[in-house]
Write a protein that binds this ligand. Structure first.
Ligand code: ADP
Length: 490
């Protein structure tokens, strides 16, 4: 099959979070299975050019109709760790992708509406006719809309769209100007409730809703979150739309690329290790302490890696840090915040704890350090308010780092409480789970984990190894996506 992935991220060249990992990992898996896979991405000024090989101009002067005129783009092609990627670079004063960051502009909806339009134009004029176009998140929600309403009439009538929603919170909201810019026009038609009209604001259009309505298949990234999105508030107003389109909606658990996230192969960690020989993990723990200037004493290291925002349960992350210190553990945090209030809160904490020998806060995005933390820590806290899938707990399991998670979304589907999970035999349990959002709930899980580590180290090591035995690679999800593609193509 010929598959084109269109997304706003692809790790490691463009990565703000799990979306980048998933786009890369899934593409690799599909290629291993014999498919031809290409990716179309924006050409950001701030992406990691050192992760692209053989970057060259593939198409000069792509004319993309925009607001009754055109914007010229150049399309570059290069290999990102073996994947063929096309990068779209618009030549316009709007500077859509030359802003020093990936997201966060007031005109983000215009930036990614343009990217979506340009990606389709590129497919059209370069005569690329994939069997499947796989779109991700709100940034590409308009692609199935434009494909069905416009491009199928220009010779792209056989392309089928799979649309994956990684986070319902960000949906891409715009006004009628989106229609005039993209050439969709027909305001009355698109503002219909059954098409793009936002379910809350009758004067707004919703990209993600468009993606749901117009795609051949829609999924989110775990079966449990698919249920939550329909029946709980984490669908952020799209529950009814999902209900209407339930026959083509489901959940497919993300995988982890074990070629990259694997303590046996990882080039970013000083000591490799595996389930059969864990001595490297203890050495990585020492290396982590040296790197972060923590004292080398007999204590567990508890870590947090992730965005610092409300979704991730930032108050509980903060509490976990102080609780760990009170209970005689060390704490390592790697995270970045986009919200100014949260950012300054954690910078304040960092200064306050600067000379503390048992804690380190690294407030940045640092891929290499993340690898060392996964390898060197004993436990990972993931106290999310909601979590569509979550990759940190999956990576932690692979590195023998025991996850302590809140039982929501994909966390609930992948972590099984050592003491309380009645659905899994004791030898299949792999972490700790709590359910409520208050401090006490988190404490109860952390207390049990720290208690096991200090009082029953052999049992703790056994629990870590049970986590390593799980297969959360792309193998299973790869099969499921392949089946979905074949189904919608037929
Ligand atoms: P998200 O909601 O951000 O997509 P996921 O758990 O699905 O959360 O994926 C997070 C990914 O981003 C993981 O690969 C994690 O290691 C990585 N990550 C998050 N924050 C950072 C950071 N500050 N530095 C390095 N990697 C990070």
């Amino acid at each position: 099959m010929y598959i084109v992935q269109i997304a706003s991220e692809c790790a490691p060249v463009i990565k703000a979070g799990g979306l980048g990992d998933v786009v890369y990992g899934l593409s690799r898996e599909l290629e291993i299975r014999g498919n031809c896979v290409e990716l179309i991405l924006p050409m950001y000024d701030c992406m990691r050019y050192d992760q692209i090989w053989g970057l060259h101009e593939a198409y000069r002067g792509l004319t993309v109709p925009w607001y009754g005129g055109v914007i010229f783009c150049d399309v570059y092609c290069g290999w990102v760790h073996g994947r063929v990627c096309f990068f779209i670079q618009p030549k316009s004063g709007d500077n859509f992708f030359n802003r020093g960051y990936y997201y966060g502009s007031t005109d983000d909806n215009m930036r990614f509406a343009f990217f979506s339009k340009a990606a389709l134009e590129f497919l059209l004029v370069s005569n690329k006719r994939p069997d499947i176009i796989h779109c991700h998140d709100w940034q590409t929600g308009l692609i199935p809309v434009m494909l069905y309403e416009m491009y199928q009439h220009h010779g792209m009538g056989h392309q089928r769209v799979c649309y994956t929603i990684h986070n319902f919170k960000h949906q891409g909201i715009g006004g009628a100007d989106i229609l005039w810019a993209t050439g969709l026009n027909r305001e009355d038609y698109y503002f219909h409730y059954d098409r793009l009209r936002d379910n809350f604001n009758p004067f707004a259009l919703n990209f993600m809703k468009g993606g749901i309505v117009y795609s051949n298949h829609v999924n989110t990234v775990s079966p449990h979150h698919a249920w939550e999105a329909r029946y709980q508030d984490v669908g952020y107003g799209l529950g009814h739309t999902l209900e209407i389109h339930q026959s083509k909606f489901g959940g497919i658990l993300n995988g982890v690329d074990y070629n990259i996230w694997n303590p046996d192969l990882d080039h970013h960690i000083p000591f490799s290790y595996s389930i059969d020989d864990m001595t490297g993990k203890a050495k990585n723990k020492t290396a982590l302490r040296e790197r972060l200037l923590l004292q080398n004493v007999d204590k567990p290291i508890i870590a947090y890696i992730g965005r610092l925002d409300q979704q991730k349960g930032v108050h509980l992350v903060h509490h976990a840090m102080y609780y760990a210190l009170n209970r005689g553990a060390q704490f390592v945090l790697l995270g970045s915040a986009t919200e100014p209030g949260i950012n300054s809160w954690f910078w304040h904490e960092k200064q306050h704890l600067n000379n503390h020998p048992d804690v380190h806060l690294e407030l940045s995005f640092n891929e290499e350090l993340a690898h060392l933390i996964y390898a060197g820590a004993d436990m990972m806290v993931v106290p999310s308010n909601y979590e569509p899938c979550g990759l940190t707990q999956l990576i932690s399991l692979k590195y023998g780092t025991v996850p302590i998670v809140r039982g929501v979304g994909g966390l609930l589907s992948t972590v099984f409480d050592r003491d309380h999970d009645s659905d899994h035999a004791p030898e299949k349990r792999n972490g700790y789970v709590f359910y409520q959002t208050d401090n006490r709930a988190l404490e109860s899980a952390m207390e049990r984990a720290i208690g096991l580590y200090t009082q029953y180290p052999k049992e703790f090591a056994q629990l870590a190894q049970q986590g390593m035995e799980y297969d959360y690679s792309w193998n299973n999800p790869g099969t499921t996506y392949q089946t979905v593609y074949e189904y919608i193509r037929a």
